[in-house]
Design a protein around this ligand. Structure first.
Ligand code: SIN
Ligand code: FE
Length: 293
């Protein structure tokens, strides 16, 4: 595997403590657009929980089962009663594990971050049909139409819990390069649109210029087939029992195939970074020559 893009972490515990060397390496790697990669950090399921390794527990509409740590509710499953509670407990345990990992690996982030959704992904990725905009087998940086980030960073922790099969990812060019490539074709937003979207509750909060440009990059990347096939990229086969993490708002990524993974999202203000100048917000601001939030 490509060692430029991966920062291998020789860790076997979610809790640490980790050496000062590992801690210093972790945030630097994340901020320079690499993936923290822990091939010996599985997320253990009990024998009983292993029955959830099936798309049958989905509700038929969602592709993921999600858990909101702050609200303590699970969604995306048809399971009820005791089964639902078991699913919730499993997702809650992943949330706790991922939070412990972040605290031990990136203590500077942990105090300032807020958790997003925890998700369990029991559906096979390959062969799913979606619109190009929702197609995560195309390289993209994460940006969501209804959820403005207003400059907040998106940090995600993943674990492959498939008993046998790897999760296949592609990772593309650096954010700086993608931004410089696509930004010139993205028109500035019409100011009244952001107010309307927020007023009509289409967006949760105001869509800033930052969000507008991030969505523009997300869409242009995914829509451009020749970019998808020709841009510099590497393919990763991420084996079972591996945990990895990256800033998915700056690491251009695509999930090609695989089934059964957990993911925990954290949101982080730019000021909590070791070097905020490396954030997509600051990169875009340098390119357009003005503040974007
Ligand atoms: C994505 O964030 O695009 C999907 C990642 C995954 O499910 O492996
Ligand atoms: Fe994504």
């Amino acid at each position: 595997m490509d060692t430029e893009i991966l920062e291998p972490l020789d860790i076997t515990s979610w809790q640490g403590p980790f050496s000062a060397e590992i801690v210093s390496r972790a945030s630097d790697a994340l901020e320079t657009g690499r993936l923290l990669y822990a091939p010996q950090l599985p997320f253990q399921l009990s024998d009983a929980e292993r029955r959830f390794l099936s798309p049958d527990c989905l509700d038929g509409k969602s592709k993921n089962i999600s858990f909101r740590p702050d609200a303590g509710v699970v969604k995306g499953t048809h399971c009820k009663g005791a089964e639902r509670d078991e699913l919730l407990a499993m997702l809650q345990r992943y949330y706790t594990s991922a939070s412990n990992l972040l605290k031990a690996l990136c203590p500077g982030y942990s105090n300032n971050s807020t958790p997003g959704f925890t998700s369990f992904r029991p559906a096979e990725i390959a062969g799913r049909t979606t619109s190009w905009r929702h197609d995560d087998t195309r390289l993209h940086v994460d940006a969501f139409p209804s959820r403005p980030m207003q400059g907040l960073r998106i940090l995600r922790v993943f674990t492959n819990v498939n008993p046998k099969a790897p999760r296949i990812w592609r990772v593309g060019e650096k954010f700086e390069d993608a931004a410089a490539r696509f930004l010139p074709s993205i028109k500035s937003p019409i100011p009244v649109t952001a107010s309307l979207l927020s007023l009509l509750q289409i967006t949760k909060g105001r869509r800033t210029e930052y969000d507008h440009f991030m969505l523009g990059i997300h869409d242009r990347m995914k829509a451009d087939s020749s970019y998808q096939s020709q841009v510099f990229q590497i393919q990763l086969a991420i084996p079972p029992g591996t945990t990895w993490a990256c800033y998915t708002d700056s690491v251009s990524h695509a999930a090609m195939s695989g089934q059964f993974a957990f993911e925990q999202t954290f949101y982080l203000p730019v000021r909590a970074m070791k070097n905020p100048e490396r954030s997509p917000l600051r990169v875009l601001e340098r390119l357009v020559g003005r503040r974007l939030t």
